[in-house]
Write a protein that binds this ligand. Structure first.
Ligand code: AMP
Length: 144
């Protein structure tokens, strides 16, 4: 069975830091720092995904517009065309999404609602585990 997003969420948990579109970029910077994360998902009151805002967006805004941008709502700079995955998405499919889209975060959606998030760190961890297990199987096969 290929490794799925469901397997990965079972291991790491389903907690996602989400904010409303009115939060300022300064407030979001504090949230990213306090939680030691690289992205927040912006959700509507119903829990639907409205956008994603990452540390890269923050750096771009400050570099282009200066520190005054930190007073602006996150909705003015978030990416609204969010690539999402589902719990039955495979690890390989997730790697392909991140690689071809050149981003490091993919929210997990179920029934139109946000139910988790996958980061490049989660992907690397799961892939290392998968490679180790494959090597273990091969060693057992050769020994047996
Ligand atoms: P990241 O590498 O995740 O920091 O994101 C790099 C850029 O891609 C930023 O502009 C993000 O807003 C955007 N981004 C991150 N994740 C996604 C995603 N799942 N779908 C679409 N854009 C994204």
């Amino acid at each position: 069975m290929p490794v799925s997003v469901r397997n990965m969420l079972d291991a790491k948990g389903r907690n996602v830091i989400s904010v409303s579109r009115e939060k300022t970029m300064g407030e979001v910077a504090t949230i990213l720092n306090q939680n030691r994360i690289g992205a927040v998902v912006i959700t509507s009151l119903e829990g639907r995904i409205a956008g994603i805002f990452t540390e890269r967006d923050l750096v771009r805004c400050v570099a282009e517009q200066g520190a005054a941008v930190l007073e602006k709502p996150v909705s003015t700079a978030m990416t609204t065309n969010v690539v999402r995955c589902r719990e039955d998405t495979t690890l390989n499919e997730l790697m392909e999404m991140m690689s071809s889209g050149r981003f490091r975060h993919v929210p997990v959606e179920d029934g139109g609602k946000l139910v988790g998030i996958m980061s490049i760190g989660d992907v690397v961890k799961a892939r290392i585990r998968e490679v180790e297990q494959e090597a273990e199987h091969i060693r057992a096969y050769i020994a047996g």
